[in-house]
Design a protein around this ligand. Structure first.
Ligand SMILES: C[S@@+](CC[C@H](N)C(=O)[O-])C[C@H]1O[C@@H](n2cnc3c(N)ncnc32)[C@H](O)[C@@H]1O
Length: 240
């Protein structure tokens, strides 16, 4: 196991997932079926590859890789992908999919933002899709600082997450309206996942996320805020 051993008692325990239970057989099994109702993994990966703009010799970390939505579809574009997740059941799915597709340049690691120790050379890029909201803000800052240390100067971070940019005075109607729209599009299964997200997970504000990224040593090159709920940041690690 690669995760950092003997962590101090005050350390946030990222292995105890907050909110949605990705570490249960039931959830991991239905993840792809569920998410592919509203995501096209191939198309998404293609867009991320283009945004990152890295070449075939590059090494990339996919932190919070889940079932491999990015890693599996991006493997042929890079020399190596380090796919890291705290939920072994999700990694097992990704590993099975990689094997079935004959992919041999993904290295899987059980670990997370706060515990993964990157033993190889700093990488050219890091992708993080729908993961950082699992940590409270202080630990987000620690996580982003650790990610910056795993990147080469000039290396790129592509961070996509639920980030809140709607008008806070009307938060109830925004959240209710968003859940209603998603349930209409995707069915009632989504309701529980979204309710859990807002009740128990740690999505933060756009202005907080921007400062966290800058303080961790990133320059934000582009940011795309969508529907008041999502953000896609393309960042570059500043030279030391
Ligand atoms: C919504 S899924 C996203 C998975 C994948 N990135 C995707 O695009 O489908 C969130 C993933 O983050 C993982 N996760 C949660 N907390 C984490 C942490 N502290 N470090 C790394 N991964 C974490 C979960 O186990 C889960 O696989």
């Amino acid at each position: 196991m690669e995760a950092k051993q003997n962590k101090p008692q005050w350390q946030y325990d990222e292995m105890k997932l907050c909110g949605v239970k990705f570490d249960t057989e039931e959830f991991a099994d239905k993840y792809d079926k569920h998410h592919q109702k509203f995501r096209d993994y191939k198309k998404e990966a293609q867009q991320r590859i283009e945004l990152l703009g890295l070449d075939k010799q590059s090494a990339v970390i996919d932190i919070g890789c889940g079932t491999g939505a990015f890693a599996i579809n991006a493997a042929s574009y890079y020399k190596k992908i380090y796919a890291v997740d705290v939920a072994e059941l999700m990694i097992n799915h990704a590993r099975r999919k990689a094997k079935a597709a004959g992919i041999d340049n993904i290295e899987f690691h059980h670990g997370g933002f706060l515990t993964y120790e990157h033993k190889d050379k700093p990488v050219d890029g890091i992708v993080c899709t729908l993961v950082l909201h699992h940590l409270p803000d202080f630990w987000k800052q620690v996580a982003l600082t650790r990610l910056a240390q795993m990147l080469k100067p000039g290396g790129r971070l592509l961070l996509f997450d639920v980030v809140l940019s709607f008008d806070i005075e009307n938060y109830e109607s925004y959240i209710e309206g968003y859940i209603k729209t998603m349930v209409e599009r995707l069915g009632t299964e989504m309701k529980q996942e979204l309710e859990t997200h807002f009740r128990q997970e740690y999505s933060t504000f756009d202005w907080v996320m921007e400062e966290l990224l800058k303080k961790a040593g990133f320059e934000i090159n582009t940011v795309d805020y969508r529907e008041g709920f999502f953000a896609n940041y393309l960042c570059t690690k500043k030279d030391e």
